[in-house]
Design a protein around this ligand. Structure first.
Ligand SMILES: Cc1ncc(COP(=O)(O)O)c(C=O)c1O
Length: 294
């Protein structure tokens, strides 16, 4: 990733304390978020000082916490904390807000809850315009006859937990092989999701994404929003299973996530993909500045 668009805002706000100095230590050494990756988080796109789709992010965070049996504060408290951080920052056109809730200290009984607010990576406009190359990477288990994650809650299917070490290892492997990111593929050949983004594609007049219920991937707030608003592009939104080799016959493939927005996939494994004619329209539909595509 590139640098940072402006001086680091570095706003940090802690539940019960408010804004704290961003460069001072925050976690105890025995915080289970740090020790075990035991907690949940959300990353939210901020547009002109407003956290976009915050309600949907808070709903997903609550679902993640429930599946991890984690005591998450109520949505009002989290929303208030987010607003405290936003109020303390100089307004930026775009920023990234993270909400974090860990299981707290090893022998404690209170979660650790804080938010951070930071600038977006400087190269995001280029990524939205020029796209990403995805390496195909096996997740190691099949989805048929049954998805093991659906019946094994400890595998944390559909949960946005703090345990992202596997996702980061996947990104490193992809970059080492000359790609920007990867597309996880089930052992029986179904496309799933990128390391931190949902897969989307247009097939004729249908805007598609992979069904989270069927695959245990993370239900993306961006892909959901785009599916729900597909009619604005004259399309219908649908969740579909797809094999990577069938994506090269579609009318455009994208990765979608909150801060990145949508970025066209220009290479999938060994296959080059043309940028779909609707790239600017997709970005606009997601509410991102299209001027930056020029
Ligand atoms: C594994 C994974 N899938 C999908 C997404 C996309 O989710 P969203 O659109 O809510 O950012 C993310 C984003 O964080 C992710 O980490």
């Amino acid at each position: 990733m590139g640098g940072i668009t402006s001086a680091l805002m570095g706003i940090v706000a802690v539940l019960g304390r408010g804004v704290v100095p961003a460069d001072e230590p925050l976690l105890h050494a025995d915080d289970l978020g740090a020790l075990r990756g035991d907690g949940v988080f959300e990353t939210v796109h901020v547009r002109a000082g407003v956290a976009w789709n915050l309600t949907e992010h808070l709903a997903r965070m609550a679902r993640s916490a429930e599946r991890m049996e984690l005591a998450l504060p109520g949505a009002d408290a989290l929303r208030g904390l987010a607003e405290t951080a936003l109020a303390a920052a100089p307004e930026q056109e775009e920023a990234a807000l993270r909400l974090i809730c860990t299981r707290g200290r090893e022998y404690g009984d209170e979660p650790t809850v804080y938010v951070t607010l930071n600038p977006i990576a400087a190269n995001l406009p280029e990524i939205r315009r020029d796209g990403v190359k995805l390496m195909l990477a096996s997740i190691g288990y099949p989805l048929e006859p049954a998805d093991v994650r659906a019946s094994a809650p400890w595998l944390l299917g559909q949960v946005k937990s703090l345990s992202y070490a596997i996702n980061m290892a996947g990104q490193r492997a992809a970059r080492a092989a000359g790609f920007d990111d990867l597309l996880w593929v089930s052992a029986d050949g179904w496309a799933m999701e990128a390391s931190t983004a949902s897969l989307m594609w247009i097939d004729g007049d249908v805007l598609c994404t992979v069904p989270p219920e069927r695959t245990s991937i993370l239900p993306g707030t961006t892909s959901r929003f785009l599916l729900d608003h597909a009619a604005e592009l004259g399309l219908r939104g649908e969740e579909r299973m797809v094999r990577p080799e069938d994506l090269s016959h579609t009318d455009g493939v994208w990765v979608a996530s909150s801060v990145r927005g949508v970025a066209p996939v220009t290479r999938l494994g060994e296959v080059d993909l043309p940028v779909g004619a609707l790239n600017a329209a997709m970005l606009e539909l997601a509410g991102f500045p299209v001027a930056e595509l020029a």
